[in-house]
Design a protein around this ligand. Structure first.
Ligand code: R1P
Ligand code: URA
Length: 292
């Protein structure tokens, strides 16, 4: 059995994981994931009870109870690099014995539900709609360090061909959502109206999402190329900054993950939501209703 050293798996003196500050006994199986730390209380206010509130850097978590079952919410901050920390530490809390520092023989699978914001890159996916990411393509650099192959990965030949077609010089990766969570959400009356799509996860908000504010992108056609070029049979529908990492780690580590997006911008029509707070609050409320 592999032993994880105190510098590989750092455990704080109180027995909690290094960045998330969560102790193994505090972890629950169903956790809502948000980017903005201030969104955490907008989720936990729907819980019946809150047992723990933990705050370190951008990682804020509330754990409690909903309809008699343990439930949690955790913020990651912005970006796939933060998701790398979140997924490694959540999985360690679930699947490594913090006393002996060895992997548990019985594996635990978490249900993780991202409720985030995103921009549409297709004209017919309007502002203020909801989009469920069936798959995500990662332009962040995590695939340069991790082997993300799993039964959830998208075929590498489709990804390579896509890069060749749009003239993108670096390797990208792709992975799919949890089938069972997509099934759960698409059975629900509210989410039946949601778009299903393939999400591009960008390593930034401006040039990596085709935005120009004073500094020009060296890939001026990036957004148009991405919206017009298929990845295998998949059409890229929207753009944000975390989903690919969530899907790739979940695929390899055996967790169930879904990313729900409140579409705030339409990059083709140049429209932005007139009430972003209302859109994300409604998404939160409707997603939590499925667990209450
Ligand atoms: C950028 O404004 C942030 O918004 C989106 C992006 O993924 C990025 O994190 O998601 P959240 O609203 O969940 O933070
Ligand atoms: N979040 C993003 O990352 N991009 C958008 O366009 C809107 C929200």
């Amino acid at each position: 059995m592999t032993y994880f050293s105190p510098t590989d798996l750092i455990i704080n003196p109180d027995g909690s994981s290094y960045h998330l500050n969560i102790r193994p006994e505090q972890l629950c199986d169903t956790i809502f994931m948000v980017g903005d730390p201030e969104r955490v209380e907008k989720v936990s206010c729907h819980f019946d009870r809150i047992h723990f509130e933990i705050h370190r850097r951008e990682f804020v978590s509330h754990f409690g109870e909903l309809a008699g079952k343990p439930i949690g919410v955790l913020s990651s901050g912005i970006g796939a690099d933060n998701v790398e920390i979140v997924m490694n530490e959540l999985d360690a809390l679930a699947n490594i014995d913090f006393e002996t520092r060895v992997e548990k023989s019985q594996k635990r699978s978490l249900n993780l539900i991202r409720m985030g914001t995103s921009g549409s890159i297709q004209e017919d996916i309007p502002v203020d709609s909801v989009l469920i990411s069936e798959a995500a393509i990662g332009f962040d650099n995590l695939a340069q360090f991790y082997d993300f192959s799993s039964d959830k990965s998208l075929p590498q030949k489709d990804l390579d061909q896509f890069c060749e077609q749009i003239g993108y010089p670096l390797p990208i990766y792709g992975a799919k959502a949890s089938n069972q969570l997509v099934h759960l959400f698409t059975q629900d009356a509210y989410f039946q109206d949601a778009y299903l799509g393939t999400t591009l996860t960008a390593p930034g908000f401006y040039a990596p999402q085709g935005r120009t504010v004073r500094m020009n992108s060296i890939l001026p056609n990036f957004l148009n190329d991405c919206s017009a070029t298929l990845v295998g049979k998949l059409k890229i529908t929207n753009i944000e900054m975390e989903t690919s990492a969530y899907y790739a780690f979940s695929g390899v580590l055996g967790h169930e993950m879904i990313s729900l997006n409140a579409i705030l911008a339409n990059r083709k029509t140049h429209q932005f939501s007139s009430n972003p707070e209302k859109q994300i609050s409604q998404l939160i409320e409707k997603a939590i209703a499925l667990f209450s």
